[in-house]
Design a protein around this ligand. Structure first.
Ligand code: 2HA
Ligand code: ZN
Length: 271
Protein backbone atom coordinates (compact mmCIF):
# COMPACT_ATOMS: atom_id res chain seq x y z
CA UNK A 1 0.00 0.00 0.00
CA UNK A 2 1.35 3.42 -0.95
CA UNK A 3 1.37 6.32 1.52
CA UNK A 4 -1.91 8.17 1.02
CA UNK A 5 -0.32 11.52 1.83
CA UNK A 6 1.57 11.14 -1.47
CA UNK A 7 -1.59 10.43 -3.50
CA UNK A 8 -2.13 12.89 -6.37
CA UNK A 9 -5.77 13.40 -5.36
CA UNK A 10 -4.75 14.45 -1.81
CA UNK A 11 -2.07 16.79 -3.12
CA UNK A 12 -4.48 18.34 -5.59
CA UNK A 13 -7.09 18.91 -2.87
CA UNK A 14 -4.48 20.46 -0.57
CA UNK A 15 -3.25 22.76 -3.34
CA UNK A 16 -6.79 23.83 -4.28
CA UNK A 17 -7.72 24.64 -0.67
CA UNK A 18 -4.46 26.54 -0.15
CA UNK A 19 -4.94 28.55 -3.34
CA UNK A 20 -8.56 29.36 -2.49
CA UNK A 21 -7.58 30.45 1.01
CA UNK A 22 -4.80 32.67 -0.27
CA UNK A 23 -7.10 34.25 -2.85
CA UNK A 24 -9.34 35.29 0.06
CA UNK A 25 -12.24 33.19 -1.17
CA UNK A 26 -12.53 30.95 1.89
CA UNK A 27 -12.35 32.67 5.23
CA UNK A 28 -12.49 30.61 8.42
CA UNK A 29 -14.47 27.43 7.61
CA UNK A 30 -15.98 28.91 4.44
CA UNK A 31 -16.09 26.74 1.36
CA UNK A 32 -16.05 23.03 0.68
CA UNK A 33 -14.85 20.68 -2.05
CA UNK A 34 -15.78 17.14 -3.02
CA UNK A 35 -13.93 14.94 -5.48
CA UNK A 36 -15.26 11.66 -6.84
CA UNK A 37 -12.32 9.25 -6.73
CA UNK A 38 -11.44 6.46 -9.09
CA UNK A 39 -11.76 3.24 -7.08
CA UNK A 40 -8.73 1.54 -8.61
CA UNK A 41 -6.55 4.59 -7.96
CA UNK A 42 -7.84 5.02 -4.39
CA UNK A 43 -7.22 1.30 -3.80
CA UNK A 44 -3.49 1.84 -4.31
CA UNK A 45 -3.47 3.98 -1.16
CA UNK A 46 -6.35 2.66 0.96
CA UNK A 47 -7.70 -0.65 2.21
CA UNK A 48 -11.16 -0.33 0.69
CA UNK A 49 -12.40 -3.19 2.90
CA UNK A 50 -11.66 -1.35 6.13
CA UNK A 51 -14.45 1.00 7.28
CA UNK A 52 -13.44 3.25 10.20
CA UNK A 53 -17.01 4.32 11.03
CA UNK A 54 -20.28 5.05 9.32
CA UNK A 55 -21.89 8.49 9.26
CA UNK A 56 -25.52 9.19 8.23
CA UNK A 57 -25.78 11.49 5.20
CA UNK A 58 -29.25 12.76 6.14
CA UNK A 59 -30.66 12.17 2.67
CA UNK A 60 -30.77 9.55 -0.07
CA UNK A 61 -28.00 9.36 -2.65
CA UNK A 62 -28.70 5.88 -4.00
CA UNK A 63 -27.40 6.54 -7.54
CA UNK A 64 -23.99 7.17 -5.92
CA UNK A 65 -23.96 3.94 -3.86
CA UNK A 66 -20.46 2.48 -3.79
CA UNK A 67 -18.83 5.68 -5.08
CA UNK A 68 -15.85 7.16 -3.25
CA UNK A 69 -15.54 10.85 -2.44
CA UNK A 70 -12.76 12.91 -0.96
CA UNK A 71 -14.55 15.68 0.96
CA UNK A 72 -13.47 18.64 3.10
CA UNK A 73 -14.53 18.42 6.75
CA UNK A 74 -17.25 20.41 8.50
CA UNK A 75 -15.97 23.32 10.56
CA UNK A 76 -12.49 22.88 9.10
CA UNK A 77 -10.47 25.78 7.72
CA UNK A 78 -9.11 25.71 4.14
CA UNK A 79 -6.09 27.48 5.63
CA UNK A 80 -5.21 24.29 7.53
CA UNK A 81 -5.90 21.57 4.94
CA UNK A 82 -2.42 21.38 3.45
CA UNK A 83 -0.65 21.15 6.81
CA UNK A 84 -2.97 18.48 8.22
CA UNK A 85 -4.92 16.61 5.53
CA UNK A 86 -5.93 13.70 7.76
CA UNK A 87 -7.89 15.89 10.20
CA UNK A 88 -9.33 18.29 7.65
CA UNK A 89 -10.29 15.86 4.87
CA UNK A 90 -12.03 12.51 4.69
CA UNK A 91 -12.64 9.78 2.15
CA UNK A 92 -16.14 8.33 2.26
CA UNK A 93 -17.93 5.61 0.32
CA UNK A 94 -21.66 6.00 -0.13
CA UNK A 95 -23.42 2.99 1.40
CA UNK A 96 -25.73 0.66 -0.48
CA UNK A 97 -28.86 2.44 0.79
CA UNK A 98 -27.46 5.85 -0.21
CA UNK A 99 -28.19 7.12 3.30
CA UNK A 100 -24.93 6.37 5.05
CA UNK A 101 -21.34 7.23 4.34
CA UNK A 102 -18.59 4.76 5.20
CA UNK A 103 -15.50 6.59 6.41
CA UNK A 104 -12.38 5.00 4.91
CA UNK A 105 -9.80 7.63 5.84
CA UNK A 106 -9.52 11.04 7.51
CA UNK A 107 -11.68 13.15 9.87
CA UNK A 108 -9.18 11.81 12.36
CA UNK A 109 -10.30 13.96 15.27
CA UNK A 110 -13.81 12.47 15.11
CA UNK A 111 -15.08 15.02 12.58
CA UNK A 112 -17.32 14.56 9.59
CA UNK A 113 -17.88 15.83 6.08
CA UNK A 114 -19.02 19.35 5.21
CA UNK A 115 -22.51 20.44 6.21
CA UNK A 116 -23.03 21.07 2.51
CA UNK A 117 -22.78 17.36 1.62
CA UNK A 118 -26.42 17.33 0.36
CA UNK A 119 -25.65 20.09 -2.17
CA UNK A 120 -22.42 18.33 -3.15
CA UNK A 121 -23.77 14.82 -3.64
CA UNK A 122 -26.99 15.97 -5.29
CA UNK A 123 -24.92 18.19 -7.61
CA UNK A 124 -22.63 15.26 -8.43
CA UNK A 125 -25.74 13.27 -9.42
CA UNK A 126 -26.98 16.11 -11.63
CA UNK A 127 -23.67 16.75 -13.33
CA UNK A 128 -23.06 13.03 -13.91
CA UNK A 129 -26.45 12.79 -15.61
CA UNK A 130 -25.33 15.37 -18.19
CA UNK A 131 -21.55 14.79 -18.09
CA UNK A 132 -20.45 11.27 -17.08
CA UNK A 133 -16.89 12.57 -16.64
CA UNK A 134 -17.71 15.14 -13.97
CA UNK A 135 -15.63 14.61 -10.81
CA UNK A 136 -15.51 17.87 -8.86
CA UNK A 137 -18.00 20.03 -6.99
CA UNK A 138 -16.51 23.15 -5.39
CA UNK A 139 -18.11 25.77 -3.17
CA UNK A 140 -16.52 29.07 -2.25
CA UNK A 141 -17.17 32.66 -1.08
CA UNK A 142 -15.13 34.75 -3.56
CA UNK A 143 -15.05 38.38 -2.48
CA UNK A 144 -16.04 40.30 -5.61
CA UNK A 145 -18.61 37.74 -6.71
CA UNK A 146 -20.24 38.15 -3.33
CA UNK A 147 -19.97 41.95 -3.41
CA UNK A 148 -21.63 41.98 -6.82
CA UNK A 149 -24.55 40.01 -5.39
CA UNK A 150 -25.51 43.07 -3.35
CA UNK A 151 -25.56 45.57 -6.18
CA UNK A 152 -26.58 43.56 -9.25
CA UNK A 153 -29.87 41.87 -10.01
CA UNK A 154 -29.80 38.17 -9.13
CA UNK A 155 -31.16 37.11 -12.50
CA UNK A 156 -29.46 34.38 -14.51
CA UNK A 157 -29.57 36.13 -17.86
CA UNK A 158 -28.67 39.58 -16.52
CA UNK A 159 -25.86 38.35 -14.24
CA UNK A 160 -24.33 36.11 -16.92
CA UNK A 161 -24.58 38.90 -19.51
CA UNK A 162 -22.90 41.46 -17.25
CA UNK A 163 -20.04 39.04 -16.48
CA UNK A 164 -19.60 38.09 -20.14
CA UNK A 165 -19.09 41.80 -20.87
CA UNK A 166 -16.38 42.18 -18.22
CA UNK A 167 -13.61 39.99 -19.72
CA UNK A 168 -13.20 38.84 -23.28
CA UNK A 169 -12.67 35.21 -22.32
CA UNK A 170 -15.80 34.88 -20.14
CA UNK A 171 -18.21 33.71 -22.84
CA UNK A 172 -15.64 31.15 -23.95
CA UNK A 173 -14.98 29.86 -20.40
CA UNK A 174 -18.61 29.69 -19.25
CA UNK A 175 -20.73 29.77 -22.42
CA UNK A 176 -23.39 27.80 -20.54
CA UNK A 177 -23.89 30.78 -18.21
CA UNK A 178 -24.53 30.94 -14.49
CA UNK A 179 -27.50 29.57 -12.56
CA UNK A 180 -28.70 31.74 -9.70
CA UNK A 181 -30.51 30.82 -6.49
CA UNK A 182 -32.06 33.44 -4.22
CA UNK A 183 -30.72 33.69 -0.69
CA UNK A 184 -31.65 30.50 1.17
CA UNK A 185 -30.55 28.92 4.46
CA UNK A 186 -27.43 26.85 3.77
CA UNK A 187 -26.50 23.34 4.87
CA UNK A 188 -30.01 22.01 4.16
CA UNK A 189 -31.41 19.38 1.83
CA UNK A 190 -33.61 22.12 0.30
CA UNK A 191 -30.66 24.18 -0.94
CA UNK A 192 -29.06 20.92 -2.09
CA UNK A 193 -32.11 20.04 -4.19
CA UNK A 194 -32.30 23.57 -5.63
CA UNK A 195 -28.57 23.60 -6.46
CA UNK A 196 -28.74 20.18 -8.10
CA UNK A 197 -31.69 21.29 -10.24
CA UNK A 198 -29.59 24.19 -11.56
CA UNK A 199 -26.57 21.91 -12.03
CA UNK A 200 -28.47 19.99 -14.73
CA UNK A 201 -28.12 23.11 -16.83
CA UNK A 202 -25.14 25.02 -15.44
CA UNK A 203 -21.63 24.23 -14.17
CA UNK A 204 -21.77 27.42 -12.13
CA UNK A 205 -24.46 28.26 -9.59
CA UNK A 206 -24.51 31.42 -7.51
CA UNK A 207 -26.03 31.13 -4.06
CA UNK A 208 -27.48 34.62 -3.63
CA UNK A 209 -25.52 36.67 -1.08
CA UNK A 210 -23.58 33.59 0.02
CA UNK A 211 -21.18 32.33 -2.64
CA UNK A 212 -20.81 30.15 -5.67
CA UNK A 213 -20.67 26.51 -6.76
CA UNK A 214 -18.55 25.25 -9.62
CA UNK A 215 -18.42 21.80 -11.21
CA UNK A 216 -15.94 20.14 -13.51
CA UNK A 217 -14.23 17.06 -14.85
CA UNK A 218 -11.05 18.23 -13.15
CA UNK A 219 -10.05 20.45 -10.24
CA UNK A 220 -8.64 22.93 -12.77
CA UNK A 221 -11.95 23.14 -14.59
CA UNK A 222 -14.03 23.82 -11.45
CA UNK A 223 -11.41 26.20 -10.04
CA UNK A 224 -10.96 27.97 -13.37
CA UNK A 225 -14.69 28.56 -13.74
CA UNK A 226 -14.96 30.21 -10.33
CA UNK A 227 -11.70 32.10 -10.88
CA UNK A 228 -12.97 33.54 -14.16
CA UNK A 229 -16.30 34.61 -12.66
CA UNK A 230 -14.44 36.20 -9.75
CA UNK A 231 -12.12 38.12 -12.08
CA UNK A 232 -15.08 39.41 -14.09
CA UNK A 233 -16.93 40.34 -10.89
CA UNK A 234 -13.83 42.24 -9.74
CA UNK A 235 -13.77 44.26 -12.98
CA UNK A 236 -17.49 44.93 -12.50
CA UNK A 237 -17.01 46.14 -8.93
CA UNK A 238 -14.09 48.34 -9.98
CA UNK A 239 -16.09 49.99 -12.76
CA UNK A 240 -19.82 49.80 -11.95
CA UNK A 241 -19.84 53.19 -10.21
CA UNK A 242 -17.93 54.90 -13.04
CA UNK A 243 -19.31 56.14 -16.37
CA UNK A 244 -19.10 53.29 -18.90
CA UNK A 245 -17.24 54.56 -21.97
CA UNK A 246 -16.56 51.25 -23.74
CA UNK A 247 -18.19 47.86 -23.75
CA UNK A 248 -17.96 44.56 -25.60
CA UNK A 249 -21.11 44.49 -27.70
CA UNK A 250 -23.45 41.53 -28.00
CA UNK A 251 -22.62 40.94 -31.67
CA UNK A 252 -18.93 40.84 -30.65
CA UNK A 253 -19.65 38.32 -27.89
CA UNK A 254 -21.53 36.23 -30.46
CA UNK A 255 -18.62 36.44 -32.91
CA UNK A 256 -16.21 35.38 -30.15
CA UNK A 257 -18.32 32.38 -29.14
CA UNK A 258 -18.57 31.33 -32.76
CA UNK A 259 -14.85 31.80 -33.35
CA UNK A 260 -14.09 29.47 -30.43
CA UNK A 261 -16.87 27.08 -31.42
CA UNK A 262 -18.56 27.00 -28.01
CA UNK A 263 -22.22 26.17 -27.40
CA UNK A 264 -23.42 29.33 -25.70
CA UNK A 265 -26.70 30.55 -24.26
CA UNK A 266 -27.92 32.51 -27.27
CA UNK A 267 -30.95 33.63 -25.27
CA UNK A 268 -28.58 35.38 -22.82
CA UNK A 269 -27.54 37.84 -25.54
CA UNK A 270 -29.79 40.63 -26.75
CA UNK A 271 -29.51 40.31 -30.51
O1 2HA B 1 -19.00 25.08 5.25
O2 2HA B 1 -19.27 27.53 3.16
O3 2HA B 1 -21.84 27.06 3.04
C1 2HA B 1 -18.92 26.43 5.16
C2 2HA B 1 -19.75 26.94 4.08
C3 2HA B 1 -21.20 26.70 4.18
ZN1 ZN C 1 -20.65 28.68 2.02
Amino acid sequence: MKNILTAPFIKEMCDAAANMYRLGWDERNGGNISVMLDEAQAGEYLDLGSVLRTIPTGFGAKPLAGKLFLVTGTGKYFKNVKGDPENNLGIIRIGRDGKTAELLWGYKDGGRFTSELPAHLMSHMSRLSVDPENRIIMHSHPTYTLAMNYVHELDEKKLTHTLWEMCTECIVVFPDGIGVLPWMPCGTNEIGIATAEKMKEYRLVVWGMHGIYGAGKTMDEAFGLIETVEKAAQIYMLTAHLPRVNTIKDNELQALAELFGVEYRKDFLNL
